[in-house]
Design a protein around this ligand. Structure first.
Ligand code: GCU
Length: 694
């Protein structure tokens, strides 16, 4: 009997110390510090609320979950004299999502202009408890700086996810609308906790099926689940839908029948889902249909759809990711060339959605020149959470510092201080519409994101969209504390790895700004040797241009002159090969191998150094991770430990393949103390097949 009890106890304790990651940052395990727990428990002993709707229900239920889990108390709902008061009232800040938290000795009051504001306030309070903050004398007033804070799922109706590395789609279309998976609710909770208020359910390479009556019924079911959490649904649409679904002969945006078809479709959507967000459109990009198929322009296409949506206050989010028009030119310049000329000609319910960089979600890109160029048309930010070019789900890359770098970049559009953050939050050009989206990294994997640490990227998107001026370090700090609820040393160690991880990945994959040298089409591992692809701008050679003289893409006046798309202040940071920050060097210059950098090393030596140091840093990540063994739950520990091993193996592959390949051009030795890679070029090339990614 005694043995049996011991056995049971050991199972229980093992279980409590194994975490499958499903609960994300809303972990709510009991706070260990008893004094602190008691203080919080007193403050959450009773609650009153002055409104009753669907949102109030989910707010109270979240509060109950959190206080039961974190504090071991069941918050009691009372009519008056509550220790926690939730109320709808008119605030000084009229933003419909704003909230205030004020506390006196005996009471905390959370108020909002709407129930949604109160919900956000409650999540803020919970976050403060999770991160052991004091709740004394609070005087918080907060409202989002960006209106639309969204995830874009690249999910297909057959359950696959374009560039998804965390399992299959979470949306079980075959079960909807009848069955609501509880995961949808946890998804909504997680999003609401970080202020995400929109979700685009499907892939930008959109199947027309999503707007059939059958699918709209399913979409409505999801919209109903998300609504109490303040989340609106959006859909990506296929521009050729009038042909595909409507049987029309054309999808020409100026054709009256086409216009009518879209109007009817918009009416149908809004009849079912009155608060539907809008349509996202990828048109005339990478083979997707669009207005140019009919001799029209992006402006014609976007405006036609915007007209159909306007009566319902629906939005058109038109993506600027286009590079079709001149395959021989510089792809860097394509989006600007296509959209700048229409600035001011788009209807008011259109947002032009721009990827952070001019190419495609590389680990480091200079900003897209469209930020700072569109004064009369709202442009919004598209970041990518799924790590298409960032090592899929085996490389640990905390993207916070990358987002921060982008948002802090000065466009100089209205003189110094015209940061990207100020462009997209609407301050700079007074945009009436503002938005930031992240291409989701979620899937059906139990822990949502495959790599446990990739949850942080989802978390960060929400927090930065709420406030684009918040630092990535502050976010990392919150996320680690909430996710691990561990001791100080461990949280500091994890945070340190996170903060360094993006630069480390950059070093062993894309040092000095060499870019687009990954595997062709699958985008995994190194393939700098790709010289032929269906399009020249899908090769690696197109971007790195290595030859016996040097390496890099000359985008100065002597080259493609794409640099001219930036305002002078930013342009001059990049135009001089001698003063440019080395991290961006090969984005803008064809630098001779023997060109000396400010640290005295040649370009070749510096590249090689970064490849080797990058790999060493992964070893250091492994050592640091090993040092917290036993301090965090075993399941996450082992999961990350294993992924770090893979990351190390792949970092070595990146290093060796890149050094061996580029050495064919530089013809310079691997500088000491580093040893020349032992593997041959052929061996390294064949690794793509070994990893089965083709
Ligand atoms: C990248 C990605 C595609 C995606 C595209 C887009 O090119 O590889 O899979 O469809 O971006 O953003 O539209």
């Amino acid at each position: 009997m005694r043995l049996f009890v011991l056995f049971l106890l050991s199972i229980i304790s093992l279980n409590t110390f194994a975490d499958d990651g499903y609960r994300l940052w809303l972990k709510y395990d009991r706070i260990q510090n008893e004094a602190l727990r008691k203080t919080y428990a007193q403050k959450l002993a009773t609650v009153s609320i002055n409104f009753s709707d669907e949102t109030s229900k989910v707010t109270l239920s979240e509060l109950e979950k959190a206080s039961l889990g974190l504090l071991g108390v069941k918050t009691k709902l009372v009519g008056s004299n509550a220790s926690l008061v939730l109320k709808k009232e008119i605030l000084t800040d009229k933003n419909s999502e704003a909230f205030e938290i004020k506390s006196t000795k005996n009471q905390i009051v959370i108020s909002g202009n709407t129930s949604k504001g109160v919900l956000y306030g409650v999540f803020e309070l919970i976050r403060r408890i999770q991160t052991s903050e004091s709740l004394e004398n609070l005087k918080i007033a907060s409202s989002p700086k960006i209106q639309l804070r969204m995830l874009n799922h690249w999910d297909n109706n057959n359950g696959t996810i374009e560039r998804g590395y965390a399992g299959m789609s979470m949306w079980k279309w075959y079960e909807l609308p009848e069955r609501i998976d509880t995961r949808y609710i946890d998804y909504a909770r997680a999003n609401a906790s970080i202020g995400i208020n929109g979700t685009v359910l499907n892939n930008v390479n959109a199947s027309a099926r999503f707007i059939t009556a059958e699918y709209l019924g399913k979409v409505k079911a999801l919209a109903d689940v998300f609504r109490p959490y303040g989340i609106k649904v959006f859909l990506s649409v296929n521009f050729a839908s009038p042909k595909i679904l409507g049987g029309l002969k054309t999808a020409d945006p100026l054709d009256p029948e086409v216009k009518q078809w879209w109007k009817n479709k918009a009416d149908e959507v809004y009849k079912l889902i009155p608060d539907f967000g809008g349509f996202v459109v990828k048109a005339n990009s990478e083979g997707e249909p669009g207005p140019m198929d009919f001799g029209r322009t992006h402006k014609d296409g976007a405006n036609m759809l915007a007209e159909a949506m306007a009566p319902h206050n629906g939005l058109i989010i038109w993506r600027a990711f286009v590079y079709n028009f001149d395959p021989k030119g510089d792809r860097f310049a394509a989006a600007y060339n296509e959209f700048k000329k229409f600035d001011g000609e788009f209807l008011p319910n259109i947002i032009i959605q721009v990827k952070n960089g001019p190419i495609d979600f590389q680990v480091r890109e200079p900003i897209s020149p469209l930020f700072g160029a569109m004064e009369k048309t709202p442009v919004s930010m598209e970041f990518q959470l799924t790590q298409e070019y960032l090592g899929w789900a085996t490389h640990w890359v905390y993207e916070g510092p990358m987002f921060e770098e982008v948002l802090k970049t000065d466009t100089f559009a209205k003189g110094a201080g015209s940061t990207v953050a100020k462009v997209i939050d609407g301050q700079l050009f007074k945009y009436p519409l503002t938005s930031m989206i992240g291409v989701a990294n979620t899937g059906s994997d139990r822990n949502w994101t495959g790599h446990p640490m990739a949850q942080a990227n989802w978390y960060t998107l929400g927090r930065m969209a709420w406030n684009p001026e918040i630092t990535s370090e502050k976010i990392a700090d919150e996320w680690v504390k909430m996710t691990f609820q561990s001791d100080k040393k461990s949280t500091e160690t994890i945070k340190k790895i996170m903060m360094e991880s993006r630069e480390i990945y950059t070093n062993y994959t894309n040092p000095l700004g060499v870019h687009h040298v990954m595997g062709e089409s699958h985008h995994f591992g190194p393939e700098p040797w790709v010289e032929k692809a269906p399009r020249p701008d899908w090769t690696a050679l197109y971007y790195h241009r290595a030859d016996t003289v040097g390496i890099g893409f000359d985008r100065t006046e002597k080259g493609s002159n794409s640099l001219a798309q930036y305002h002078l202040g930013l342009r001059s940071k990049y135009s001089d090969i001698n003063t440019i920050q080395p991290e961006f060097l090969l984005w803008f210059h064809h630098a001779p191998w023997r060109h000396k950098l400010q640290n005295g090393r040649t370009v070749w030596d510096e590249m090689v150094t970064r490849y080797y140091e990058g790999v060493k840093s992964v070893e250091n990540m492994q050592r640091q991770w090993a040092s917290i063994k036993g301090k965090i739950d075993s399941e996450t520990f082992e999961n990350v430990e294993a992924r770090l091993k893979t990351q190390h193996k792949e970092a070595l592959w990146w290093r060796d393949a890149s050094v061996v390949y580029f050495q064919k051009y530089s013809k310079m030795p691997v500088p000491s103390p580093y040893q020349k890679p032992a593997r041959t070029f052929e061996e390294l090339k064949s690794l793509v097949d070994v990893y089965h990614v083709k």
